[in-house]
Structure formats: structure tokens, C-alpha cells
Design a protein around this ligand. Structure first.
Ligand SMILES: Cc1cc2nc3c(=O)[nH]c(=O)nc-3n(C[C@H](O)[C@H](O)[C@H](O)COP(=O)(O)OP(=O)(O)OC[C@H]3O[C@@H](n4cnc5c(N)ncnc54)[C@H](O)[C@@H]3O)c2cc1C
Length: 422
């Protein structure tokens, strides 16, 4: 490529950025360079439908193969960008990138959509065969094959991906143990009441859940894992181990460019890095809190990747960037469908609607009585009502939210009326 836009990282955010440039009328060449050999695909099904065999590899693709040429996007797969430099002369933002295989890409504009890599456990035996992670298509295909035989599965990490994988393994009839270092499940994202609900729900389905349990190492025979050792001396026999202990944003190229990084590539609400000529979007970034503007957050979601990449495209072209949308997320653990709207970070109060034991309830989060977010378990109407309210700047008084007999959308309408009359 000799000029145009270089997007490093060909996945949810990178593809969206390329597509949005075209939709905004950009006619310059676009190179979308990705390390993986597969064209951009969806990751969420990897721990859900794909793992259960309800979907296949072909259905994961984000676009039909013909899309890229039709949209004028030069998709370069299987190339890892290892070096990138901005020129000190020439147009602002121009430079050159090189890949591990020696290809070079000159650009006028640069965007980093490099995502995140799974965090590995640094304990003895971590390299044994049968210890798997779940980040990309190849990981998922490998895990899916291994689930056909192993009877005892230990999942290390009680976050979303670990619990989704545990639900699949248990539904396949495996003996499943989840090992979580914190004292509750999904502790970074949900309130204790939701954590406890998930613990009980997984236990009801036959999964063993160990909290405050640290892995100290793995045991093996003939190079294959046979057990997980915990710090308290417990030994859990295992034929297969799934490690889901979070991700590390890929900041190596940003660091080469001298961009500010702090648990991710620091960007503003327009997806501009500390060098405003370079943009970044998706899992690799940290951004101002999209709801309150207070502090920074790193969001790992499809919604964020798409929204931020769209903002980056507008910003790269000097177009106005729309208001930051309300974040939303989902996690399907077997028949437990969690939908989240907003961000509960910083909440000082929450209200539970419905009865967690019925496996159908929601939790509304507030800060200083301002509605922040909802976690809705098998309650899509509550989720939709709060998502719309957050988008419209409406609220519902915490005192009324707990009444499951009154549909939330009725309460939210009342909240909206109160807001507009005040
Ligand atoms: C198993 C799983 C389940 C998930 N489930 C959900 C869900 O239910 N709901 C939800 O909202 N989100 C879910 N997510 C999260 C969601 O998939 C991510 O937030 C989204 O994929 C982020 O997109 P991204 O483009 O920012 O990063 P990524 O998808 O990580 O893509 C980054 C790409 O950049 C490439 N790359 C990195 N460095 C280089 C380089 N130097 N040169 C070239 N290429 C490079 C990588 O190989 C990768 O392909 C899930 C993720 C996983 C892994």
C-alpha cells in the first residue's frame, strides 16, 4: 500500500472502522492487516453456540468473502505488524509499518484495533498439553475437539468466558469444577447478589464452584495435564483445563509509537490516542467512562468495538463524532441469559427486581439515586426498558424499581415525565 488508511488488527473493531470509512464517503485506499489467517469473525459464539456445536465455523464470519473487494478494503490476513513508525516529514499521521514476514505498508492515517491477548497463568506445569485458553477461532476449534473425550474439566477463572465454557462442558455431561481466586464469581462486573445467583445456578446444574481458590500449579503425565493443584494443597484431577483469567490489551505497537498506555491504549471519546493523528478502538483501549465521564474504563464488548470504531472513522475523516452510546453486553451461560445495559462501576445502591431463585430477575444499579445500569437475567423486557431509559436520559426511582408486578417501562415513563417537568 502506498498511502491511505492502515488499520492494524482485522477483527470486530478493525472491520467496523474500515466499513465506516467507506460509509462516510472516504475514497482513499484502506488496508486492514490482521495476524490471524481467518477473515474477520465473531468471537462471542466461540464460548457458546460454536462450542456446543449449534453453529459451525462458516457461520462465524462477519462478512461474506466477496464483501472486502466490493467495499474497496484490502484485507491482508496472516500478517503480524511488528514495527510502525510515523514520519517526521510528509503529511501529518503518515508513516510506514512492517510485518513479521517483511511486507511494508505506507500510510497517511493509522488506526490500531489490535485487541487483547489471553492472560496466561505463570505457575509450574502451565505448558502441559490439555491446558487451553479461549480467545480465537483456533482455540475454540481445539477446545471443541477436546471436549469430545475428556470427562473431568477444570475451569480456572469464574468470569464470563470461564462460566460460559463451564456451562457448555456441564451440558455435555462432563464433571466440571470452576476455580475462582476471588471470593465471588464475575466480581469485576456484577453486584454480589448476581455473583451468588450464578454460583447457585451453576451448582444446581451439577458444577462444583470453588471460590477464594488459587491455582498453584498443574500436574501431568507424558506431557499431558492430569490435575490442577490449589494453594491450599487440594488436587483436582483433570483431563482438560480451560483457563479464562482475563486478557491483556495489546499495547506493544502503541508503546513503540510513544502513545500513552495505562492498562490499554489511552484514547479520548473520539478514539484519538495521546497522538491525535493515531486512533485506536476496541478491546485494546481505555477510554473515559462512557456514562458518567468520570475516570477511565476498558470495555471488552462487541458493542464497544463497533461504537468506538465508528467514532474513530468519523474522527479520522474530521467529521463530527456522535454522542457515546450506552454500553451493552450479553453473556449466555446455557439457558441463563444475562443482558447488561449501562455500566455499574461506582454504584452506591442497587435494587433487585424479582426472585433470583426463579432464575428470572434483574438488578438496577444507582449512584446518588441516578440510574446507572441493569443486569437482567432471563428478563429481556427489563433490559430493553433500562437500555432505552439510559439512552433517553430517563430514570426510575429506586423505591419503585423493586416491584416486579409493575412493568419497568411504565415506571421509566413516569421517571421520564418527572425529569422533563423538573
Ligand atoms: C470467547 C469469547 C466470548 C465473548 N463473548 C462476548 C459476548 O457474549 N458479548 C460481547 O459483547 N463480547 C464478547 N466477547 C468480547 C468481544 O468478542 C470482543 O470485545 C471483541 O472481539 C473486541 O474486538 P477487537 O476488534 O477490539 O479485538 P479482537 O477481537 O481481539 O481483535 C484484535 C485482532 O487484532 C489482531 N492483532 C493484534 N496485534 C496485531 C498485530 N501486531 N498485527 C496484526 N494483527 C494484530 C489479533 O490477532 C486479532 O485478530 C467475547 C470474546 C471472546 C474471546
Amino acid at each position: 500500500m502506498a498511502g491511505g488508511t492502515l488499520i492494524v488488527g482485522a477483527s470486530q473493531a478493525g472491520l467496523q472502522l474500515a466499513a465506516s470509512l467507506g460509509q462516510f464517503g472516504d475514497t482513499k485506499p484502506i488496508a486492514l492487516v490482521g495476524e490471524e489467517i481467518h477473515p474477520p469473525y465473531q468471537r462471542p459464539p466461540l464460548s457458546k453456540e460454536f462450542l456446543t456445536r449449534a453453529s459451525d465455523l462458516e457461520s462465524l464470519a462477519l462478512r461474506a468473502p466477496s464483501y472486502y473487494a466490493d467495499a474497496g478494503i484490502d484485507l491482508v490476513s496472516g500478517e503480524r505488524v511488528t514495527e510502525v513508525a510515523l514520519s517526521s516529514s510528509g503529511s501529518p499521521g503518515s508513516g510506514v509499518a512492517r510485518t513479521a514476514s517483511g511486507r511494508s505498508f505506507a500510510f497517511d492515517r493509522l488506526a490500531l484495533t489490535v485487541g487483547a491477548a489471553p492472560r496466561r497463568l505463570d505457575v509450574p506445569g502451565a505448558g502441559l498439553d490439555g491446558i487451553c485458553c479461549l480467545r480465537d477461532r483456533d482455540d475454540a476449534a481445539d477446545l471443541r475437539g477436546r471436549l469430545e473425550s475428556g470427562a473431568r474439566v477444570v475451569v480456572v477463572g469464574g468470569g464470563f468466558i470461564g462460566l460460559e465454557a463451564a456451562a457448555v462442558a456441564r451440558a455435555l455431561g462432563k464433571e466440571v469444577t470452576v476455580v475462582e481466586a476471588a471470593d465471588r464469581l464475575i466480581s469485576r462486573a456484577v453486584a454480589p447478589v448476581v455473583s451468588e445467583f450464578y454460583r447457585q445456578a451453576h451448582v444446581r446444574r451439577g458444577t462444583r464452584v470453588l471460590l477464594s481458590a488459587a491455582v498453584s500449579g498443574f500436574e501431568g503425565a507424558d506431557g499431558r495435564v492430569t490435575a490442577v493443584r490449589l494453594a491450599d494443597g487440594t488436587v483436582l484431577p483433570a483431563d482438560l483445563v480451560v483457563v479464562g483469567v482475563g486478557v491483556l490489551p495489546r499495547t506493544e505497537l502503541a508503546e513503540q509509537l510513544g502513545l500513552a498506555c495505562d492498562r490499554g491504549i489511552v484514547v479520548d471519546a473520539h478514539a484519538r490516542t495521546s497522538n491525535p493523528r493515531v486512533h485506536a478502538a476496541g478491546d485494546c483501549t481505555v477510554q473515559p467512562h462512557p456514562v458518567t465521564g468520570l475516570g477511565t474504563v476498558r470495555l471488552e464488548s462487541v458493542q464497544n468495538a463497533v461504537a468506538q470504531a465508528t467514532a474513530a472513522a468519523a474522527s479520522l475523516l474530521g467529521r463530527p463524532v456522535g454522542a457515546t452510546p450506552v454500553p451493552w453486553f450479553w453473556s449466555y451461560q446455557g439457558d441463563l441469559r444475562l443482558q447488561i445495559a449501562g455500566l455499574s462501576t461506582g454504584y452506591d445502591e442497587y435494587v433487585v427486581r424479582g426472585e433470583p431463585d426463579s432464575e428470572r430477575f434483574s438488578v438496577l444499579y444507582y449512584r446518588q439515586r441516578e440510574l446507572l445500569a441493569i443486569d437482567a437475567v432471563n428478563s429481556p423486557a427489563d433490559y430493553m426498558a433500562v437500555r432505552r431509559a439510559l439512552t433517553d436520559g430517563a430514570t426510575v426511582p429506586p423505591s419503585a424499581a423493586g416491584d416486579p408486578g409493575t412493568p419497568l417501562k411504565t415506571l421509566l415513563a413516569a421517571g421520564r415525565a418527572a425529569v422533563s417537568s423538573s
